[in-house]
Design a protein around this ligand. Structure first.
Ligand SMILES: [Zn+2]
Length: 237
């Protein structure tokens, strides 16, 4: 099942990548996949991973990368704030999603599982803990986003890379999705303050719970993509 899921995700990601990146080639030195559209009018670009300067030759419709030289004196900051800062949102966010999902499952199982009731006394604490995790992960992702922009500005000299554009767009999207989930969760309209669970008798609560879950799952896909693309900018592949 997981293999199938992985194959489906890979196929969707590939389609999305083709549409957004256009034609690509691999850096001859580090194998990082680079979009041809990122090259300037003079067909030159610098590999963001290994720093070689590449001239893209078009030979019979094929892109042939030719390494001309290496970008020396690239800023090499000692404190790598961005790779460090990524750990806070990526580490905390999945637990927030897990907390909200557990509360929703418990709310739905409550009428059918009689023995569940004593375990539900902790639900309000779990609802609060989930909110704290959400606020921390989305709040700290601002630091991650800002440090990433700083690195692009300094280390990559604001050059155009499809991966960076994607990361900026996805970072904004993550802040919007996470922010909306926080507002919903904190409003008390999804998980009632008394029980910490979704009130199944209220159609509004059930609808808003579905919306919060959709926001959280979409945020999970976005943050996983951000982490994956960020990883390629560090390891090349
Ligand atoms: Zn390279």
């Amino acid at each position: 099942m997981f293999a199938d899921l992985r194959r489906i995700t890979a196929r969707i990601a590939e389609k999305f990548k083709r549409r957004f990146y256009g034609r690509t080639f691999n850096c001859p030195v580090c194998h990082f996949e680079i979009a041809i559209v990122d090259a300037g009018k003079n067909r030159l670009l610098v590999c963001p991973v290994c720093g070689v300067v590449i001239d893209i030759e078009e030979v019979y419709g094929h892109a042939v990368p030719v390494v001309l030289e290496v970008e020396l004196f690239r800023p090499q900051p000692k404190a790598r704030v961005h790779p460090l800062a990524t750990h806070a949102p990526i580490g905390l966010y999945p637990f927030a999603v897990l907390g909200a999902a557990l509360l929703m499952v418990a709310s739905m199982a409550r009428p059918f599982v009689p023995g569940l009731e004593p375990m539900l006394t902790g639900a309000p604490v779990l609802a609060d803990a989930t909110l704290v995790l959400l606020v921390l992960s989305v709040g700290l992702s601002v630091v991650t986003f800002a440090s990433g922009l700083w690195d692009w500005n300094r280390r990559y000299r604001r050059r155009s890379y499809r991966q960076i554009r994607l990361k900026i767009a996805f970072s904004i999207l993550f802040l919007l999705l996470g922010g909306a989930a926080i507002v919903l969760h904190a409003s008390g309209a999804v998980f009632s303050a008394g029980s910490g669970l979704v009130d199944l008798g209220s159609p509004l609560s059930v609808t808003l719970a579905a919306v919060e879950l959709a926001l959280l799952v979409a945020g999970m896909v976005v943050i996983a993509s951000l982490g994956h693309v960020g990883g390629t900018l560090v390891y090349g592949k």
